[in-house]
Design a protein around this ligand. Structure first.
Ligand code: UVW
Length: 304
């Protein structure tokens, strides 16, 4: 009840075990409704040096994923075995094929991804939208370009370390302190990214990286949603603290995706922004428009 009170836009009704969207019974895009041309115009003024930061990491066969997620990446030379070419002009070409999970490496979680007791965004149950051929609602292809002000919350700096360890929960007070340390106030349409330093563990200790992480839980997630953010991301694989000290699982995911329609961005490489002391920036994400996909590989760009 306390969490619901902290999230006034979405109130649980007595007769429904789910959270109706304020954007209407048919809404499928949640907080993306908060993206406006005015926000884009105002965020563009944050570009002062022109320096760009790729927030996506290279993804490949060895990228660890949640659970059993994996990926096989094959370079194909269709019809060209033995160096054969096509046409009198000897056209040569190389194709490639990916077979694997799209929820791997740098990724966006769409609103159909994670729910509460089989209730997903806007009251949808799996029967309402999950099909083996792709989601019939809330597919990632319906999400508009996510462009606006990006805000970096440097939790490693706040904790006085380069890397915050797995299982370390950031309290709401710490999150609010990080916003204040950045000299900012969050506002509608923002994209918030947490820098924890955890991504630096990936290269040398991939199993450790995938086995846990520092992060937030539902309390901070509810507050972020209340500020009108469109997406919340981190340089971790799952944004939530893992393991949670109280044994719960992915409550920030539930709060953001299922209750509030706020997108989640994972494995964001925030190291360059943190190293340069950048706290706000122009954020651009045009996710691949896989029809009916739950998640997608992404490489958002921060521009300062
Ligand atoms: C889970 O599905 C729990 O994690 P992610 O959002 O990282 O895919």
């Amino acid at each position: 009840a306390a969490l619901l009170a902290a999230s006034p836009a979405f109130a649980q009704t007595d007769d429904a075990p789910w959270y109706p969207s304020t954007y209407g019974a048919e809404d499928e895009i949640g907080a993306a409704n908060l993206l406006t041309p005015e926000n884009v115009l105002s965020a563009k003024d944050l570009i002062t040096t022109g320096k760009t930061y790729a927030l996506g990491v290279p993804v490949g066969r060895n990228t660890p994923g949640f659970g059993s997620r994996e990926l096989d990446f094959t370079i194909m030379m269709p019809g060209q075995e033995g160096g054969r070419t096509l046409g009198s002009n000897a056209m040569s070409y190389v194709d490639d094929m990916i077979v694997g999970w799209v929820g791997l490496g740098s990724q966006i979680d769409g609103l159909g991804h994670l729910g509460i007791d089989n209730h997903f965004y806007n009251g949808n149950t799996p029967e309402d939208y999950v099909a083996t051929t792709g989601l019939t609602k809330m597919g990632i292809h319906n999400v508009p370009p996510i462009v606006g002000r990006g805000v970096l919350l440097d939790m490693a700096k706040l904790r006085g370390t380069d890397v915050v360890a797995e299982g370390e929960l950031f309290t709401l007070e710490e999150v609010q302190q990080a916003v204040s340390d950045a000299g900012l106030t969050l506002s509608s349409g923002d994209i918030v990214l947490f820098h924890t330093g955890w991504l630096s563990v990936l290269e040398d200790e991939p199993q450790r990286f995938a086995g846990g992480e520092p992060g937030i839980d539902a309390t901070s997630a509810a507050w972020l949603a209340e500020q009108g953010v469109v997406a919340v991301g981190a340089d971790t694989w799952g944004l939530d603290v893992v393991p949670h000290p109280d044994g719960t699982l992915f409550t920030a995911h539930q709060e953001l995706l299922a209750k509030n329609g706020v997108y989640i961005l994972e494995v964001m490489d925030t190291s360059g922004l943190a190293a340069d002391g950048v706290t706000d920036f122009f954020f651009v994400l045009g996710q691949p428009r896989f029809e009916g996909a739950v998640q997608a590989f992404i490489n958002p760009i921060a521009i300062k």
